[in-house]
Design a protein around this ligand. Structure first.
Ligand SMILES: Nc1ncnc2c1ncn2[C@@H]1O[C@H](COP(=O)(O)OP(=O)(O)OP(=O)(O)O)[C@@H](O)[C@H]1O
Length: 305
């Protein structure tokens, strides 16, 4: 379990994380999302005791990170900036980590196997691809068999097979009852991996909700209707639900928000209106994220007119 309570971080007068409170529960994968510069890495560093909050506090498994006697057995972390000695092999890197933290040697072989690195365990890290380095970072995070994992952009640099592997791994770690907090820029990937989401923008909490509720609540879902009686259907739908939003995207095509396809189909049947097409469109997590964060984006590209 991870708890952030009123976490605030100020750098040289600029507040980059502000009054952030959330709880990450065991047994689920929680996605940590936010536009570039939103404060995700800073928050993760505060959770791990690498940055001191200006105000507020963070606990992992009931204590501040620094308060744990054997932190690697409590929290495994993968941060973007990794410091791995390039001349060392993966096995030696993990062995050094295990020995300095009082962890059993057998864990080294176990995590190498788990992360698919057994075959390259004795190669020097300096020859590793980005994806292999990422796997080694995850192996290090898992070394202490921790109940909580905090991973900053773990799919960075992974190929599609690697992305699938990490998705499966994170879900199985959560299914074992662990707490898993994972940041990512890839919304489509988070939609497949996470059950719960904490979304921040400009250092503030924007949403702490399930993936389903975020998508549903974004108002992005609509139904596309093709009918030769578009005007009649629009009138019939508005008579029943005056607050519904109906946009004519072509003379015979309506985009309806605020009514599902069952309701639209029944209304059309009741008025003898023929339908040629009735297609529900559910907003993607990407769309929901854009809706939620559009006012909290620091670096926005110009939109073509
Ligand atoms: N050590 C530091 N000193 C000054 N400013 C910092 C420091 N670390 C982060 N910042 C600033 O804090 C803000 C949040 O940065 P952070 O890296 O936490 O965001 P992020 O959400 O992880 O972004 P990204 O998705 O781009 O990695 C940025 O404006 C960044 O420039």
């Amino acid at each position: 379990m991870i708890r952030a309570h009123e976490l605030t971080k100020t750098y040289g007068g600029k507040t980059v994380v502000q009054d952030l409170s959330f709880t990450v529960r065991p047994g689920t994968v929680t996605g940590f999302l936010g536009p570039n510069g939103a404060g995700k890495s800073t928050t993760m560093r505060m959770l791990l005791g690498l940055d001191a909050p200006t105000h507020g506090r963070a606990t992992v498994n009931g204590r501040a990170y620094a308060g744990h006697r054997a932190p690697l057995t409590q929290v495994g972390a993968l941060l973007e900036a990794r410091a791995i000695h390039p001349g060392r092999s993966a096995r030696d890197h993990l062995l050094a980590l295990a020995l300095t933290h009082g962890l059993p040697r057998r864990r080294v072989a176990e995590v190498l196997e788990l992360t698919g690195l057994s075959g390259v365990a004795d190669r020097r890290v300096k020859g590793f691809s980005l994806g292999m380095g990422q796997r080694l970072g995850i192996a290090s995070a898992l070394l202490g068999d921790p109940a909580t994992l905090i991973l900053d952009e773990p799919v960075n640099g992974l190929d599609p097979e690697g992305v699938l592997w990490i998705r499966t791994l994170l879900k199985s770690l959560a299914a074992e009852g662990r707490t898993v907090l994972v940041s990512s820029h890839l919304m489509s990937e988070m939609a497949l991996t996470a059950d719960h989401l904490v979304v921040i923008g400009r250092g503030r909490l924007l949403a702490d909700t399930t993936v389903d509720d975020l998508v549903r609540g974004s108002g992005g879902s609509s139904v596309r209707v093709v009918t030769p009686q578009a005007t009649d259907l629009r009138r019939a739908l508005l008579a029943e639900r005056p607050r519904g939003q109906i946009t004519a995207v072509a003379p015979d095509t309506l985009e309806v928000r605020g009514a599902d396809s069952t309701h639209i189909g029944r209304t059309a049947a009741a008025h003898g209106i023929a339908l040629y097409e009735l297609t529900p469109h559910t907003a993607s997590l990407e769309e929901a994220f854009m809706n939620l964060t559009q006012d909290a984006v620091d670096y926005q590209g110009a939109t073509a007119a």
